[in-house]
Design a protein around this ligand. Structure first.
Ligand code: FAD
Ligand code: SF4
Length: 837
């Protein structure tokens, strides 16, 4: 449990501001505080927030992207810890509020604290509903290993690591709604075979009727996800961990993991324990105030307003604005009258929009339907008294803006109803965007209105990406990007500028990679600061550009590069991999995965001497010493007396090998020898992203060479195949065959030439699995093997310079580059406790 307290948030004599306490640091709680701050609320209030998750405030919607590996947890935070500090907010993260004493005006939290308030906001959200099933829990009352909910960062990272563990191949997702389908799609991207078991008659039955559900099912099944509808799970099978699920009146399904996405339940325990009115959720009036409580408000999914409980973000943005109007007194007449939920989402890659009725209810209702299952397109509109009262769109959301507005505002409809579904001379997108109300939500995920986008454009920001950065519009599920573009175009009156920055190698220097390299070479710029001074607008340094530039310069100048440590990420500054709990992991080099008793003895001694909490074999055939404090790193390296294995860098890391000819009955090539030679040659070279290699002694491929950045396989006749662009992480791709060559020397030559070309042409952080399909294997073959561009000799020579300039970074142990290089530092993030095994 951690508190991040700022000076003014503590009780300061003479501070007469009201004490505002917020329970729940999720999307609604933080948004309410943002709205309060925007109304000048910091002058009136000293704000304290409690959140039982050990993090700052993040965009829960983006967890689907984290699960699928498209996004890092670090990129989904809405407000950084610095934001709390800068706004004088005391954040108690990882702390749960258990009770409110309404009479003494105190909240009691599980860290033993009693915190006084003048104004209280409850924003406790919901939790996953886990329907009772036999075999769900261990005797200790915990979920059986392999069962997951899908609600928090911890749920999501837990699922990812379980899915990535060996021998976990099959998952059952219970629930075929939005979350279930997102979970299924996400797990699939980790190579898991997924089956969705849904008790409803069709998928997403809360949002659409059976016909739409059938089209959606077809699209989902086309992705390779199996679907069962009308099925109920009765038990989880397995003693110590999940082995399968039992269904009612159907055969069991074997699986290694189960994700329960069977709905949500509002978190109302605090309110119930404290005597506040709770029905389906915490009852609030039109001011978002709890009835009979002058100073207690509630907002978000934990709230019941006029009998409705909402499970999407759009309503909570509206609620937060009204709440802030009242808490700050900015507009005492402000009222929340409920939300018409028009949902616009991307579910498992399929565009889905739904609003109002799913199907006609009265004989006089009109129903306009278009269905094209082979393309996954379904459109249905329900019209009553010439007004839209419901619509479902699947697979084609081009008319969403117009339909949402017609639904919200009851606009008169064109005679020719089919033009509601297609652009047949009816109101086009442009007209639709122009007619949208200013307060119409364009981006549901981040609560951005048309007006907010228009104001940003009017304020001088006329590129799409600039507006997206400034407002966060389009940075959630991504389904509204087209609409955001249309609004930007409309607001800029045709003067939208193409964003050249999209092509820059790094954001802070306005040049594409090749032009940037030319300028660096021509001007002899050897350090990051020299590049900024010469090439950035006004010479301004940009923190986000430093790592990419440092890598590029080191690649270009090899031994002549001038190293400036502030340009590097902490991993690169201290040559070790930072872990969840702020300690580091140390992986010594073990070329080709080969070690000796002497090395093993030394590693064991070091592990004993420094109380290393975990010693673990890595996927790259090395030994990882985990849990080393920063200040111990130089001593650990010295006692190991082995070179760095580069397990931390955007660089060449490791060569996995099989035993090959030495011992294996099948081996046709000496994979171990070649692996060691490749690792000796290319150790530590910088690259746009990490490089993992492998060499296998025969096509049985025990070193998994086909899914490596560069993979080598011995084939009959003493020849070697070289594959490039493979991956088996969050993204799975078989490498493309670059060449089949006769001897190990040519393998090393072509592998090096490929890596140099990749180093020169790839975007910063672009892995080879993106780079190779982007430039095309035929082009690569022409350049690397056939020297079609006449640059082979230059590439070889550039690589040789990098090879020659290799120095073991762990040698810095005796001579730190900066005074504080290995000094212990307070963590910037609230860190979880890592179990010691
Ligand atoms: C994977 C996923 C995908 C989603 N996709 C979409 C989407 O595409 N579109 C959409 O509109 N919505 C989507 N949602 C729903 C959306 O995330 C929620 O509507 C929104 O987060 C609700 O905000 P909230 O603040 O009310 O609750 P939350 O964001 O859940 O925040 C509540 C916080 O309060 C904490 N808390 C609870 N009790 C206590 C206590 N006693 N003390 C301290 N802290 C407490 C909780 O742990 C939590 O951190 C998705 C949700 C998930 C999980
Ligand atoms: S890849 Fe071939 S040579 Fe290498 S261990 Fe497997 S079977 Fe043996």
């Amino acid at each position: 449990m951690t508190a991040l307290a700022s000076r003014s948030a503590r009780s300061t004599p003479g501070d007469t501001r009201r004490r505002l306490v917020v329970i729940g640091n999720g999307m609604a709680g933080a948004r309410a505080v943002e709205e309060i701050l925007a109304r000048g609320g910091a002058v009136q209030h000293r704000i304290t927030m409690f959140g039982d998750e050990p993090y700052g405030n993040y965009n829960r919607i983006m967890l689907s992207h984290v699960l699928s590996g498209e996004e890092d947890t670090g990129n989904i935070f809405l407000n950084s810890l610095a934001w709390y500090r800068e706004n004088d907010i005391t954040l108690h993260s990882g702390v749960r509020v258990e009770r409110i004493d309404r009479f003494a005006k105190l909240v009691f939290s599980d860290d033993g604290r009693a915190t006084p308030y003048d104004v209280l906001i409850i924003a406790t959200g919901s939790r996953s509903h886990l329907p009772p099933m036999d075999g769900m829990y261990t005797p200790g009352g915990r979920l059986l290993p392999g069962i997951f909910a899908f609600r928090t960062i911890d749920d999501t990272t837990g699922m990812v690591s379980y899915a990535q563990q060996d021998h976990h191949h099959r998952a059952v997702v219970i629930g075929g709604g939005l979350l279930g389908l997102e979970a299924a799609r996400g797990l699939q991207s980790h190579g898991i075979d997924v089956e969705v078991v849904h008790s409803g008659g069709h998928l997403m039955n809360a949002q659409m009727g059976p016909d739409g559900g059938a089209v959606l099912r077809r699209s989902v099944e086309a992705l390779g996800i199996r679907v069962r509808t009308g099925s109920r799970t009765t038990a989880i099978l397995g003693g110590g961990k999940v082995r399968g699920v039992q269904l009612r009146n159907e055969p069991d399904i074997e699986c290694d993991m189960v994700v329960v996405a069977a709905g949500i339940r509002p978190n109302v325990e605090v309110a119930v324990t404290s005597g506040l009115p709770v029905e389906r959720a915490i009852v609030v009036d039109d001011h978002m105030r709890v009835p009979d409580e002058d100073e207690i408000y509630a907002v978000g999914e934990c709230v019941q307003h006029r009998g409705e409980v909402y499970g999407l973000v759009a309503p909570l943005w509206e609620q937060a604005a009204v709440l802030a109007d009242h808490v700050t007194g900015a507009d005492p007449s402000s009222v929340y009258l409920g939300s018409r939920t028009a949902t616009k989402l991307k579910v498992a890659g399929v565009d889905v929009a739904s609003m109002g009725l799913q199907a006609p209810e009265r004989d006089t209702d009109e129903h306009v339907v278009f269905s094209e299952p082979s393309r996954g397109v379904f459109k249905s509109i329900v019209i009553r008294d010439s007004k839209i009262v419901g619509a479902t769109l699947l697979g084609d959301s081009r008319k969403v803006a117009y339909l949402t507005q017609a639904f919200d505002r009851g606009l008169p409809l064109p005679e020719e109803r089919v033009s509601l579904l297609f652009d047949l001379g009816g109101p086009g997108e442009e007209a639709g965007v122009a007619e949208l109300d200013g307060d119409a939500q364009v981006c549901n995920c981040n609560g951005v209105s048309k007006q907010a986008i228009a104001d940003t454009v009017k304020g001088g920001c006329t590129t799409l990406s600039g507006v997206m950065d400034a407002t966060r519009a389009g940075k959630g599920c991504g389904s509204c990007k087209l609409l955001v573009r249309q609004v930007v175009e409309w607001a800029a009156d045709g003067a939208v500028e193409e964003d050249p920055a999209a092509a820059y190698y790094v954001p802070g220097v306005p040049l594409e990679k090749v032009a940037l390299m030319t300028a660096i070479r021509e001007q002899g710029l050897r350090s990051v600061s020299a590049v900024f001074a010469a090439l950035a607008p006004d010479g301004a340094e940009d923190a986000k550009s430093k790592m990419g530039l440092a890598s590029l310069l080191k690649m270009m100048w090899a031994g002549e590069y001038i190293d400036e440590r502030d340009a590097r990420f902490v991993n690169d500054r201290v040559h070790a991999n930072i872990q969840r709990d702020g300690t580091f992991s140390v992986v010594p080099q073990m070329k080709g995965g080969v070690t000796s008793p002497e090395q093993l003895r030394r590693i064991a001694d070091v592990a004993d001497k420094y109380n290393i909490p975990m010693v673990k074999l890595t996927g790259g055939q090395r030994i990882d010493l985990l849990g080393v404090p920063k200040e111990d790193l130089p001593k650990v390296w010295a006692d190991l007396d082995m070179p760095s294995g580069y397990a931390y860098g955007k660089s060449f890391r490791t060569v996995k090998t099989c035993v090959g000819q030495d011992f294996c009955r099948f081996g046709t090539g000496d994979s171990t020898k070649l692996g060691i030679e490749i690792e000796s040659r290319f150790q530590g070279i910088e690259s746009p992203a990490k490089l993992k290699l492998a060499v296998s002694g025969c096509p049985r491929n025990c070193a998994e060479s086909l899914v490596k950045d560069v993979g080598v396989v011995a084939v009959d006749g003493g020849r070697w195949e070289i594959y490039v662009g493979g991956a088996a992480g969050a993204h799975i791709r078989q490498g493309d065959l670059l060449a089949t060559v006769d001897d190990p020397e040519t393998v090393k030559l072509l592998a090096g030439r490929f890596m140099q070309y990749y180093r020169e042409r790839a975007n910063w952080l672009e892995r080879t699995y993106s780079f190779v399909p982007r430039v095309g294997i035929e082009h690569l073959r022409a350049v690397i093997v056939d020297d079609a561009e006449g640059i082979a000799a230059r590439l070889d020579e550039a690589m040789q310079r990098s090879v020659d300039s290799y120095a073991d970074p762990w040698a810095e142990r005796n001579d730190p580059l900066t005074h504080g290089q290995f000094r212990t530092s307070l963590p910037l993030e609230v860190l979880p406790k890592v179990p010691v095994r």
